[in-house]
Design a protein around this ligand. Structure first.
Ligand code: ADP
Ligand code: MG
Length: 300
């Protein structure tokens, strides 16, 4: 017997390394006419590395001490930035004291108690605004973060008991197929994809320019990514969201179709998404949209 078109499309997607969870999903993929792409782990490889370790001069911390504190707090996190920080500490053979009372906030960062000190590691805009600290106290950290972001890095601030003690710069590589994927999706849907990211506007704008994206939404919390999807839906569009993180899960759920990056994706993103890119090739996104369209033409 010949397989129904949508089922053979699922099999075909599987051969391209994309796990499509149902025939309904396979069909919906071909209906999308707008795409929202996450940055870290989606357009970038998601294996970032610590490039800068900058203790604030008043902190009394050495580079190693700053990195060790941050890595202890980040140790329980599955975020790509957390893995970069822990990896850098391990490479330097630093001791990682065990953290207690760990908590993480998607799109913001982590908190934990390390040797009796309340340590926070996360987005400068969120930590420095939300810390209640005066201009003077956070100026050093904010200026350092802005400097690193201007170089295209993701900056994370480290705080001890609410006081900034240093900034880490983290660099990630663009996926080799990112620009071609953006162009292919623009061709298929008739409009350029949006970039939706929790990262800072400076790093986001730099990367967007490299891949040919002009509509950039940066500094977004998970619910802001949902709002960006809803805005597209209100304009009558069917949105495809591609993401990898816990912070992308609500937007993946709100989208007409949600695709998760499988290799480094968080469990929540993989569960929430309609399809999973197992082989870690971004260029399979336009491939599965095209497969769906072909199958839909055969289904009467
Ligand atoms: P994206 O949307 O680009 O995938 P996220 O929403 O996951 O990015 O993260 C947004 C920002 O929140 C990061 O750039 C970082 O500043 C901060 N952040 C989130 N999680 C962490 C973490 N575990 N450690 C440090 N910073 C974090
Ligand atoms: Mg991400």
């Amino acid at each position: 017997a010949t397989m129904p078109p949508l089922l053979s499309a699922i099999a075909n997607a599987g051969r391209h390394g994309v796990l499509v969870k149902s025939a309904v999903v396979m069909e919906q993929l071909g209906q999308v006419d707008a795409v929202a792409l996450d940055k870290t782990g989606t357009l970038t490889e998601g294996t970032p590395r610590v490039s800068d370790i900058r203790p604030l001069s008043g902190s009394g911390l050495s580079e190693g001490e700053l990195l060790s504190l941050a890595a202890s707090a980040e140790h329980p996190s599955e975020h790509p930035l957390a893995r970069a920080v822990v990896g850098a500490a391990r490479e330097r053979g630093l001791a990682l004291p065990v953290a207690e009372d760990f908590s993480s906030t998607p799109g913001v960062g982590v908190r934990a108690t390390v040797r009796g000190v309340a340590v926070a590691v996360g987005a400068p805009a969120r930590l420095l605004d939300g810390s209640g600290s005066g201009e003077v106290r956070s100026t050093g950290a904010a200026a350092l973060a802005a400097e690193l972001e201007g170089e295209g890095r993701t900056a994370v601030v480290v705080e001890c008991d609410g006081t900034p003690v240093g900034v880490l710069g983290i660099a990630d590589r663009l996926r080799p197929d990112a620009a071609a994927t953006v162009a292919a999706l623009a061709g298929l849907t008739g409009r350029a994809p949006l970039l939706v990211t929790g990262d800072n506007p400076r790093a986001a704008a730099r990367l967007a320019a490299e891949v040919g994206i002009t509509d950039v939404r940066a500094g977004l919390l998970p619910q802001d990514k949902v709002a960006a999807v809803r805005e597209q839906q209100q304009a009558g569009r069917k949105v495809l969201v591609v993401g990898d993180g816990v912070n992308d899960a609500p937007a993946l759920a709100a989208a007409h179709s949600g695709l998760a990056m499988g290799r480094a994706g968080s469990d929540l993103a993989l569960e929430t998404a309609d399809a999973v890119i197992v082989r870690d090739e971004l260029s399979t996104v336009p491939t599965v949209v095209a497969l769906s369209r072909r199958a839909r033409r055969l289904v009467v």
